[in-house]
Ligand binder design. Structure first.
Ligand SMILES: Cc1ncc(C[n+]2csc(CCOP(=O)(O)OP(=O)(O)O)c2C)c(N)n1
Ligand SMILES: [Mg+2]
Length: 571
């Protein structure tokens, strides 16, 4: 509570019960009971992404704690500030294979910035403060606090019914276990902007000389809160903008300067722009392999500039010619000041010759009649975007289609698991986002596979009375797996065909109004009906299995070797 936490997402059990007991009769924090600890971590993640605040999840020792692992990894990959609190067996039982004992600090070392095993009650205030500080600072990410049950009990005895008082100066933490090493690297780099005057000067020179520049925008722009600065900067110089999957909501997709998403399922205009550019200005992104395609073929004609808060991230895949390490809140305004550009008319002429639509609208097949994955996400992308709602997607074909089709998402309004690509993410993350932002409409778009991984959270939606709009893209398949087996495994389909329950019936069994739709007309009228519903609602959208997400850059290919719907390789 002293850290400003208002909500925690969790699941109780023996070792963590003293923590739960301390919540009794308290108004803060609110506890949201999830149906699985993985979903508690995803919900804390969605809460954090929707607000920029630290998300908190809670689990008991052993299986409760280990169920958090995927959620922590998801947050680490996507730079989401999170603190996980786990119960542990009493100190005297540590190392004895006690009931529900797992070394969770050891187990989560690679998926957290830092893990703490609390050794005494006196350490708790410092550990909590450090855990929140590390989660927030530098490149944000998850930390874990593991508290033995006897320490929790001693804490309750020391502070019956109240949080520890502020202002105490407790002794230094006994055991602070360095985890992924990211904490140290990031803390050092967080204030390293003082070293950046020369690199920024060099970037200004490169920009002034460039005739084919591209600005590549990642989630760091959102984390630094510089979306307005970015917009002013690129508008002033008419710079083309490409937004990664996690940077989609950092810049409006329909802005005339926006070329779309790059990478494996990026647009022709975005990918070819990068390949033809003479300067790539990367702002707060990791240049991960889904963005770069074959690294050796990435932006072959370009000088590459990489702005990032983390020394550890810069240069890991693509070698940047200039690295600017520091908070974009300081470095981007510093660049924008006095920056100048040559006129880019001929570059824009070249750019406009390529399509920024992932696939052209086909009036014959998309305006009416049976839905496809493409047409349903096109309708939803506009519907969700026009309402300024939050879109939370799962992982798979529907995720890529919606990323291509979502119109003008507001900052912190496109939430998806990018780096880890964790199926089952969408519904629980939307619970976190909706709890965080009751004032915002929140939409889930999930595949039938990913939805089945966390469908038990429908009960949480109802128990917490959250008005989440849920769309299941039901193609009776693990669609993206089907697509890979179709295109790169010679149509040898194995384990990609998927049955499921009647999703509408499943929702109704929870008391959630729901229906199944198959045509454009049915979807459109269902969307209008949902407008009149105050609580949650679910749409089961049935589409054929046989559909590919295009464009596609296959693994090992360069960004200009895209497959299009017509399966024509460009260039
Ligand atoms: C937890 C997890 N397991 C496996 C995968 C691998 N995977 C990526 S996409 C995908 C298929 C997703 O199917 P579905 O949820 O139905 O979405 P669709 O592709 O059909 O839209 C799978 C199995 C993953 N990303 N996450
Ligand atoms: Mg599917």
């Amino acid at each position: 509570v002293e850290q400003g936490v208002e909500v925690v997402f969790g699941y109780p059990g023996g070792a963590i019960l003293p923590f739960y007991d301390a919540l009794h009769g308290q108004t803060l924090p609110r506890h949201v009971l999830m149906r699985h600890e993985q979903c508690a971590a995803f919900a804390a993640d969605g809460y954090a992404r929707a607000t920029g605040r630290v998300g908190v999840c809670v689990a008991t020792s052993g299986p409760g704690a280990s169920n958090l692992v995927t959620g922590l990894g998801t947050a680490l990959m996507d730079s989401v500030p999170m603190v996980a609190v786990t119960g542990q067996v009493p100190r005297a039982s540590l190392g004895t294979d006690a009931f529900q004992e797992l070394d969770i600090v050891g187990l989560t070392m690679p998926v957290t910035k830092h893990g703490f095993l609390v050794e005494s009650v006196a350490d708790i205030p410092t550990v909590v403060a450090e855990a929140f500080h590390i989660a927030r600072s530098g490149r944000p990410g998850p930390t874990l606090i593991d508290v033995p049950k006897d320490v929790l009990l001693a804490a309750s005895a020391a502070h019956p019914g109240a949080a520890p008082s502020a202002g105490r100066t407790p002794p230094r933490v006994g055991t602070a276990v360095p985890a992924s090493g990211r904490a140290e690297a990031d803390t050092q780099s967080a204030d390293s902007t003082r070293t950046n005057a020369p690199p920024i000067e060099r970037v200004r020179e490169l920009l002034a000389r460039a005739s084919r520049p591209v600005v590549l925008v990642g989630r760091g722009v959102l984390l630094a809160g510089v979306t307005d600065t970015l917009r002013r900067f690129v508008e002033e110089h008419e710079l083309p903008v490409v937004t990664t999957l996690l940077g989609l909501d950092a810049f409006p997709s329909e802005h005339p300067l926006c070329l779309g998403m790059p990478g494996m399922h990026g647009t022709e205009r975005a990918n070819l722009a990068i390949q033809r550019a003479d300067l790539v200005l990367g702002l707060g992104l990791r240049f991960d392999d889904r963005v770069t395609g074959r690294v050796s073929a990435f932006a072959p004609r370009a000088q590459i500039v990489h702005f990032d808060i983390s020394e550890a991230v810069a240069g890991r895949t693509v070698q940047a010619d200039v690295r600017v390490i520091g908070d974009l809140a300081a470095t981007l305004p510093a660049l924008a000041r006095n920056a100048c550009c040559t006129p880019l008319d001929s570059w824009w002429e070249e750019l406009r010759a390529w399509s920024r639509e992932a696939e052209a609208f086909d009036a014959d097949t998309e305006a009416a009649g049976p839905l496809s994955g493409r047409s349903m996400t096109r309708i939803l992308g506009r519907w969700i975007g026009d309402r300024g709602a939050i879109a939370v997607t799962d992982v798979g074909q529907h995720q890529m289609w919606l990323a291509q089709e979502l119109k003008n998402a507001l900052p912190a309004s496109h939430i998806t698991s990018g780096g880890l690509g964790s199926m089952g993410f969408a519904l629980p993350a939307a619970i976190g986002a909706q709890v965080a932002r009751p004032d915002r409409e929140t939409w889930v778009v999930a595949g039938d596979g990913g939805f089945q991984m966390s469908a038990s959270e429908l009960a949480t939606v109802v128990q917490e009375q959250l008005p989440i709009r849920i769309v299941v893209h039901n193609n009776a398949a693990l669609g993206l797996v089907w697509q890979w087996q179709s295109l790169t495994y010679g149509e040898r389909f194995v384990a990609s065909s998927l049955s499921g329950p009647d999703f509408a019936l499943l929702a109704r069994s929870h008391g959630i109004p729901a229906c199944s739709v198959k045509t454009v007309e049915e979807l459109t009228s269902a969307l209008h009906r949902i407008d009149g519903i105050r609580g949650p609602a679910l749409l089961d959208v049935q589409v054929p299995t046989e559909e590919h997400v295009f464009p596609m850059v296959q693994p090992g290919k360069g960004l200009d070797e895209m497959l299009h719907g017509r399966q024509r390789a460009l260039v």
